[in-house]
Design a protein around this ligand. Structure first.
Ligand code: NAD
Ligand code: DAU
Length: 334
């Protein structure tokens, strides 16, 4: 019986990972550790919360006592808890740094002190900085984060490595590209576009909407995280590319088409400061372990849009939770 702790298990990727663990490992126990910030919500685990194998502990990654209690007896830790939004990090870099860098160090040290067998730290492809040519970033490339969010993630990414070197912490580092799928907080591109289209509101595209992102379905990502937990080499980092690049404007158009709404809803708004145009990452290292992104984009996007349509109450409730930030952010971008 494997006993997991999943930090950030009430967020987007975390709740999908918890479901996958419970489905794939009948004997496992999963303890979620989550501060339930605006982005984390028990509603994200509503269909599994009665499962006796699951326990949810509300706590902050910067609380060492609560972390020590939570990690006691754990075999493995998935560390996902973070402030995950670039735009919020621009407005409030301190909160992002405190959770993502200080908090990660606390989790890593707690994992060392609890003597866990494996720790998986979920970093991001953004740690490399933006791509300037067609050469895909390899894991051995230097990190060059350009915004407060990726800088905090890069700090934790290298802290994880440093604790492996200093203390032999059995940590593996995952660097996924842009996830999409059910339960993503509607401050991120796809759920923002779906919610606004459903309400016949303008779809705000930063700049001219020409930046490119590599979209990875969250189910593929979670399968990759599990594989790395089992087979990843400790101390190593692994890119998880979707190999599915699209310009933001193409994504907005696809959402409008699926929902039968006019393209005239698209609005170009003031760009995100320091907006990275693209992250191109090489997947050879994780491919060698037998992982590939498998969800086809057209199907993944269509089922994702349908999921938000079928879960309008969830979507409207989450939009309401993020409203103060969104009002402030988009008001400044008109
Ligand atoms: P999310 O914002 O949906 O969820 C983050 C979760 O962390 C929430 O449940 C929140 O309550 C929790 N949390 C925040 N601050 C906390 C704190 N101080 N203590 C405890 N819990 C706290 O994020 P996500 O999109 O699910 O991302 C999960 C992880 O994956 C993050 O580390 C993110 O940097 C990384 N990542 C995300 C993507 C993506 O496209 N979503 C891609 C690459 C990497
Ligand atoms: O690359 C991995 C990263 O992907 C993760 O580490 C982050 O946690 C995750 O949030 C995501 O970061 P992005 O900044 O790429 O995601 P976001 O959905 O915020 O934006 C995607 C693209 O869409 C980006 O180029 C900005 C643009 N955008 C976004 C929003 C919310 C718009 O044009 N308009 C919008 O309203």
């Amino acid at each position: 019986m494997r006993r997991y702790v999943v930090t950030g298990g009430c967020g987007f990727i975390g709740c999908n990972l918890v479901r996958l663990l419970l489905a794939e490992e009948p004997e496992c126990r999963v303890r979620v550790y989550d501060a339930l910030t605006y982005a984390g919500d028990l509603r994200n685990l509503a269909d599994v919360v009665e499962d006796v194998r699951l326990e949810v502990v509300q706590g902050d990654v910067n609380d060492p006592q609560a972390l020590a209690q939570t990690l006691y007896g754990a075999d493995a830790v998935y560390h996902l808890a973070a402030e995950s939004h670039n735009d919020r990090a621009v407005l409030d870099p301190w909160t992002t740094w405190h959770t993502n860098a200080d908090g990660a160090l606390r989790v890593l040290l707690a994992a060392r002190d609890a003597d866990v067998e494996r720790v998986l730290y979920v970093s991001t492809d953004e740690v490399y900085g933006e791509s300037v040519d067609e050469r895909a970033f390899k894991e051995s490339d230097p990190l060059n984060p350009r915004g407060p969010y990726p800088a905090s993630k890069a700090a934790a990414d290298r802290l994880a490595y440093a604790l492996h070197v200093a203390y032999g912490l059995p940590v593996i580092i995952a660097r996924p590209t842009n996830n999409y799928g059910p339960y993503q907080f509607p401050e991120k591109l796809i759920p923002v576009m779906v919610h606004r289209a459903l309400h016949d509101q303008p779809l705000p595209l930063y700049g001219r909407g020409q930046q490119v992102r590599d979209f990875l379905h969250v189910e593929d990502c979670c399968r990759g995280l599990r594989l790395l937990m089992e087979k990843g080499k400790v101390g190593e980092a692994y890119n998880l590319p979707g190999e599915n690049e699209h310009q933001n404007i193409e994504v907005a158009r696809a959402v409008l088409e699926e929902l039968g709404k006019p393209e005239s809803l698209i609005r170009f708004v003031q760009d995100r400061p320091g907006h990275d145009t693209r992250y191109l990452v090489d997947g050879a290292r994780i491919h060698a372990l037998g992982w590939l992104a498998t969800v086809p984009w057209e199907e993944g996007l269509r089922t994702t849009i349908r999921w938000y349509c079928d879960n309008r109450d969830w979507l409207d409730y989450m939009v309401q939770k993020g409203k103060d930030f969104a009002d402030r952010w988009y008001a400044d971008r008109q």
